[in-house]
Design a protein around this ligand. Sequence first.
Ligand SMILES: [Zn+2]
Ligand SMILES: [Zn+2]
Length: 283
Amino acid sequence: MTLAHFMCRHCGAWHEYFASPPTCFVCSDVRNALPPEGFVFDRESDLRERVKQGEITTSWRYVEDDIVVFTNAPSLGIGSSGYVILRPEGNVGFEATAWYTDEALAFLDSIGGLTSLSSSHPHGMGALWQLQRRFDPEVVMHRDAVRFTKAFDVDFTFDDTLSLAGGISLHHIGGHYEGHAVLHDRRRRALFCGDAIKFEWDNEGLMMGLSCHKAFHKRIPLSHGEVRRYLDVIGALDFAQVFSTFEHGPGVTTADVVRFYTDLLSRPRTTSSTVRFAEPRRS
Ligand SMILES: [Zn+2]
Ligand SMILES: [Zn+2]
Protein backbone atom coordinates (compact mmCIF):
# COMPACT_ATOMS: atom_id res chain seq x y z
CA MET A 1 0.00 0.00 0.00
CA THR A 2 1.19 3.48 -0.73
CA LEU A 3 0.69 6.45 1.54
CA ALA A 4 -0.87 9.49 -0.08
CA HIS A 5 -2.28 12.88 0.90
CA PHE A 6 -6.05 13.37 1.01
CA MET A 7 -7.92 16.63 1.54
CA CYS A 8 -11.29 16.68 3.30
CA ARG A 9 -13.49 18.60 0.88
CA HIS A 10 -15.67 19.91 3.71
CA CYS A 11 -13.02 21.59 5.88
CA GLY A 12 -9.85 21.50 3.75
CA ALA A 13 -7.77 19.55 6.31
CA TRP A 14 -5.13 17.26 4.82
CA HIS A 15 -4.51 13.68 5.93
CA GLU A 16 -1.83 11.17 5.06
CA TYR A 17 -3.37 7.74 4.66
CA PHE A 18 -3.34 4.53 2.60
CA ALA A 19 -6.70 5.15 0.97
CA SER A 20 -9.57 7.56 1.42
CA PRO A 21 -9.61 8.09 5.23
CA PRO A 22 -12.65 6.78 7.15
CA THR A 23 -13.17 10.15 8.83
CA CYS A 24 -11.72 13.65 9.10
CA PHE A 25 -10.22 14.42 12.51
CA VAL A 26 -11.07 18.14 12.15
CA CYS A 27 -14.73 17.72 11.09
CA SER A 28 -15.29 14.97 13.67
CA ASP A 29 -14.19 17.30 16.44
CA VAL A 30 -16.86 19.34 18.25
CA ARG A 31 -15.22 22.58 17.06
CA ASN A 32 -16.30 21.92 13.47
CA ALA A 33 -19.52 20.93 11.73
CA LEU A 34 -19.85 17.47 10.18
CA PRO A 35 -20.30 17.44 6.38
CA PRO A 36 -24.07 17.01 5.85
CA GLU A 37 -23.51 14.82 2.76
CA GLY A 38 -20.84 12.61 4.36
CA PHE A 39 -17.09 12.69 3.93
CA VAL A 40 -15.50 13.27 0.54
CA PHE A 41 -11.72 13.28 0.18
CA ASP A 42 -9.71 14.60 -2.76
CA ARG A 43 -6.28 13.29 -3.67
CA GLU A 44 -3.36 15.50 -4.65
CA SER A 45 -3.97 14.45 -8.28
CA ASP A 46 -7.62 15.59 -8.02
CA LEU A 47 -6.47 19.04 -6.92
CA ARG A 48 -3.94 19.19 -9.78
CA GLU A 49 -6.69 18.30 -12.26
CA ARG A 50 -8.99 20.98 -10.89
CA VAL A 51 -6.19 23.53 -11.22
CA LYS A 52 -5.63 22.40 -14.83
CA GLN A 53 -9.34 22.88 -15.54
CA GLY A 54 -9.12 26.42 -14.14
CA GLU A 55 -11.38 25.60 -11.21
CA ILE A 56 -8.85 26.49 -8.49
CA THR A 57 -6.21 29.19 -8.28
CA THR A 58 -3.70 30.19 -5.62
CA SER A 59 -2.98 33.90 -5.43
CA TRP A 60 -0.63 35.93 -3.30
CA ARG A 61 -0.22 39.56 -2.34
CA TYR A 62 2.15 41.66 -0.28
CA VAL A 63 0.43 43.12 2.79
CA GLU A 64 3.72 44.70 3.86
CA ASP A 65 7.12 44.84 2.11
CA ASP A 66 8.01 41.66 3.98
CA ILE A 67 4.69 39.90 4.58
CA VAL A 68 3.01 37.87 1.82
CA VAL A 69 -0.43 36.26 2.12
CA PHE A 70 -1.49 33.23 0.03
CA THR A 71 -5.15 32.37 -0.59
CA ASN A 72 -7.20 30.07 -2.83
CA ALA A 73 -10.04 31.09 -5.11
CA PRO A 74 -12.57 29.74 -4.64
CA SER A 75 -11.64 29.15 -1.03
CA LEU A 76 -11.26 25.46 -0.18
CA GLY A 77 -12.76 24.07 3.01
CA ILE A 78 -12.78 26.64 5.78
CA GLY A 79 -10.48 28.85 3.69
CA SER A 80 -7.32 29.37 5.73
CA SER A 81 -4.70 31.85 4.51
CA GLY A 82 -0.97 31.13 4.37
CA TYR A 83 1.50 33.80 5.57
CA VAL A 84 5.18 34.19 4.77
CA ILE A 85 7.37 36.70 6.61
CA LEU A 86 10.47 37.61 4.61
CA ARG A 87 13.63 38.02 6.65
CA PRO A 88 17.34 38.21 5.73
CA GLU A 89 17.91 35.58 8.44
CA GLY A 90 15.53 33.20 6.59
CA ASN A 91 11.84 33.34 5.68
CA VAL A 92 9.26 32.15 8.16
CA GLY A 93 5.95 30.57 7.12
CA PHE A 94 2.95 30.58 9.46
CA GLU A 95 -0.34 28.82 8.57
CA ALA A 96 -0.96 27.54 5.06
CA THR A 97 -3.71 27.85 2.50
CA ALA A 98 -5.38 24.61 1.39
CA TRP A 99 -3.57 24.27 -1.94
CA TYR A 100 -0.40 25.77 -3.49
CA THR A 101 -0.24 25.70 -7.27
CA ASP A 102 3.12 25.16 -9.00
CA GLU A 103 3.15 28.90 -9.80
CA ALA A 104 2.66 29.82 -6.14
CA LEU A 105 5.47 27.48 -5.09
CA ALA A 106 7.73 28.89 -7.83
CA PHE A 107 7.02 32.41 -6.58
CA LEU A 108 7.87 31.38 -3.04
CA ASP A 109 11.05 29.81 -4.35
CA SER A 110 11.94 33.08 -6.10
CA ILE A 111 11.73 35.03 -2.83
CA GLY A 112 13.95 32.64 -0.92
CA GLY A 113 11.76 29.68 0.05
CA LEU A 114 11.21 28.93 3.74
CA THR A 115 13.64 28.41 6.61
CA SER A 116 11.07 27.89 9.39
CA LEU A 117 7.43 26.86 9.30
CA SER A 118 4.71 26.65 11.94
CA SER A 119 0.94 26.91 12.41
CA SER A 120 -1.39 28.09 15.17
CA HIS A 121 -3.70 25.02 15.24
CA PRO A 122 -5.41 22.56 12.83
CA HIS A 123 -7.70 25.19 11.24
CA GLY A 124 -4.61 26.99 9.91
CA MET A 125 -2.50 24.03 8.80
CA GLY A 126 -3.84 23.87 5.22
CA ALA A 127 -1.39 22.23 2.81
CA LEU A 128 1.57 22.82 5.09
CA TRP A 129 2.88 19.44 3.91
CA GLN A 130 3.31 20.88 0.38
CA LEU A 131 5.56 23.64 1.75
CA GLN A 132 7.58 21.12 3.72
CA ARG A 133 8.02 18.86 0.70
CA ARG A 134 9.16 21.71 -1.55
CA PHE A 135 11.37 23.79 0.79
CA ASP A 136 12.33 21.45 3.64
CA PRO A 137 12.09 24.16 6.34
CA GLU A 138 12.42 23.42 10.04
CA VAL A 139 8.85 22.65 11.15
CA VAL A 140 8.15 23.64 14.74
CA MET A 141 4.91 23.17 16.67
CA HIS A 142 3.75 23.51 20.24
CA ARG A 143 4.16 20.17 22.01
CA ASP A 144 0.37 19.74 22.50
CA ALA A 145 -0.34 20.35 18.78
CA VAL A 146 1.78 17.44 17.58
CA ARG A 147 -1.23 15.11 17.69
CA PHE A 148 -2.77 17.05 14.76
CA THR A 149 0.25 16.87 12.45
CA LYS A 150 -0.13 13.49 10.75
CA ALA A 151 -0.02 15.10 7.27
CA PHE A 152 3.51 16.49 7.79
CA ASP A 153 6.61 15.93 9.95
CA VAL A 154 7.45 18.03 13.01
CA ASP A 155 11.18 18.71 13.50
CA PHE A 156 10.93 20.06 17.04
CA THR A 157 8.45 21.30 19.63
CA PHE A 158 8.31 24.10 22.21
CA ASP A 159 6.72 24.65 25.61
CA ASP A 160 5.57 28.22 26.38
CA THR A 161 7.56 30.39 23.99
CA LEU A 162 10.19 30.01 21.31
CA SER A 163 12.30 32.71 19.63
CA LEU A 164 13.00 32.29 15.94
CA ALA A 165 15.45 34.41 13.94
CA GLY A 166 14.40 37.76 12.53
CA GLY A 167 12.56 39.18 15.57
CA ILE A 168 9.90 36.46 15.41
CA SER A 169 8.61 34.40 18.34
CA LEU A 170 5.97 31.75 19.01
CA HIS A 171 3.77 31.80 22.12
CA HIS A 172 1.46 29.10 23.44
CA ILE A 173 -2.05 30.32 24.37
CA GLY A 174 -4.21 27.14 24.30
CA GLY A 175 -7.92 27.96 24.72
CA HIS A 176 -9.61 27.40 21.35
CA TYR A 177 -7.44 24.35 20.66
CA GLU A 178 -4.92 22.26 22.54
CA GLY A 179 -1.47 23.56 21.65
CA HIS A 180 -2.88 26.72 20.02
CA ALA A 181 0.01 29.14 19.45
CA VAL A 182 0.36 32.68 18.12
CA LEU A 183 3.29 34.20 16.23
CA HIS A 184 4.62 37.66 17.08
CA ASP A 185 6.69 39.67 14.61
CA ARG A 186 8.43 42.31 16.73
CA ARG A 187 10.01 44.17 13.78
CA ARG A 188 6.73 44.58 11.91
CA ARG A 189 4.63 44.88 15.10
CA ALA A 190 2.31 42.16 13.79
CA LEU A 191 0.42 39.43 15.65
CA PHE A 192 -0.56 36.24 13.81
CA CYS A 193 -3.28 35.12 16.18
CA GLY A 194 -4.80 31.97 14.68
CA ASP A 195 -8.38 31.83 15.96
CA ALA A 196 -7.70 33.73 19.20
CA ILE A 197 -9.36 36.78 17.65
CA LYS A 198 -12.14 36.95 15.07
CA PHE A 199 -12.85 40.19 13.25
CA GLU A 200 -16.44 41.40 13.05
CA TRP A 201 -17.17 43.27 9.80
CA ASP A 202 -20.24 45.26 8.79
CA ASN A 203 -21.86 45.09 5.33
CA GLU A 204 -19.58 47.84 4.03
CA GLY A 205 -16.40 45.99 4.98
CA LEU A 206 -15.66 48.05 8.07
CA MET A 207 -14.30 46.19 11.07
CA MET A 208 -16.61 47.03 13.94
CA GLY A 209 -15.23 44.86 16.73
CA LEU A 210 -13.67 41.60 17.84
CA SER A 211 -14.94 38.26 19.11
CA CYS A 212 -13.46 34.90 20.12
CA HIS A 213 -14.73 31.43 20.81
CA LYS A 214 -13.91 27.91 21.92
CA ALA A 215 -16.09 26.42 19.15
CA PHE A 216 -17.46 28.73 16.46
CA HIS A 217 -20.21 26.55 14.95
CA LYS A 218 -21.58 25.43 18.31
CA ARG A 219 -21.11 28.91 19.76
CA ILE A 220 -19.25 27.64 22.82
CA PRO A 221 -17.46 30.47 24.61
CA LEU A 222 -13.99 30.24 26.14
CA SER A 223 -13.83 29.86 29.91
CA HIS A 224 -12.67 32.90 31.87
CA GLY A 225 -9.43 31.06 32.65
CA GLU A 226 -8.78 30.63 28.93
CA VAL A 227 -9.50 34.30 28.22
CA ARG A 228 -7.21 35.29 31.10
CA ARG A 229 -4.39 33.28 29.54
CA TYR A 230 -5.01 34.98 26.16
CA LEU A 231 -4.88 38.34 27.96
CA ASP A 232 -1.67 37.51 29.85
CA VAL A 233 0.21 36.20 26.81
CA ILE A 234 -1.12 38.36 23.97
CA GLY A 235 -1.42 41.49 26.13
CA ALA A 236 2.35 41.39 26.72
CA LEU A 237 3.12 41.55 22.95
CA ASP A 238 3.44 44.88 21.13
CA PHE A 239 1.50 44.94 17.83
CA ALA A 240 -0.38 47.33 15.59
CA GLN A 241 -1.97 44.84 13.17
CA VAL A 242 -3.35 41.31 13.43
CA PHE A 243 -3.54 38.38 11.00
CA SER A 244 -6.11 35.72 11.92
CA THR A 245 -6.30 32.22 10.43
CA PHE A 246 -8.32 33.74 7.62
CA GLU A 247 -7.71 37.46 7.17
CA HIS A 248 -5.77 40.62 7.89
CA GLY A 249 -6.97 43.05 10.55
CA PRO A 250 -5.14 46.30 9.89
CA GLY A 251 -4.86 48.78 12.74
CA VAL A 252 -5.84 46.31 15.47
CA THR A 253 -3.50 47.10 18.36
CA THR A 254 -2.42 45.53 21.62
CA ALA A 255 -4.62 48.11 23.42
CA ASP A 256 -7.69 47.06 21.37
CA VAL A 257 -7.19 43.39 22.16
CA VAL A 258 -6.46 44.01 25.87
CA ARG A 259 -9.65 46.08 26.10
CA PHE A 260 -11.62 43.29 24.40
CA TYR A 261 -10.34 40.43 26.60
CA THR A 262 -10.64 42.57 29.76
CA ASP A 263 -14.24 43.33 28.89
CA LEU A 264 -14.94 39.62 28.27
CA LEU A 265 -13.69 38.82 31.76
CA SER A 266 -16.20 41.26 33.25
CA ARG A 267 -19.21 39.56 31.60
CA PRO A 268 -21.00 36.23 31.53
CA ARG A 269 -19.15 34.08 29.00
CA THR A 270 -20.10 34.96 25.42
CA THR A 271 -19.00 34.41 21.81
CA SER A 272 -20.54 37.72 20.70
CA SER A 273 -18.55 40.82 19.93
CA THR A 274 -18.78 42.88 23.11
CA VAL A 275 -16.36 45.74 22.53
CA ARG A 276 -17.16 47.91 19.53
CA PHE A 277 -14.47 50.14 18.07
CA ALA A 278 -15.10 53.86 18.52
CA GLU A 279 -13.58 54.24 15.04
CA PRO A 280 -14.23 51.24 12.72
CA ARG A 281 -11.09 49.86 10.99
CA ARG A 282 -10.98 49.76 7.23
CA SER A 283 -9.82 46.55 5.55
ZN1 LIG B 1 -12.80 17.84 7.51
ZN1 LIG C 1 -9.86 27.36 14.80
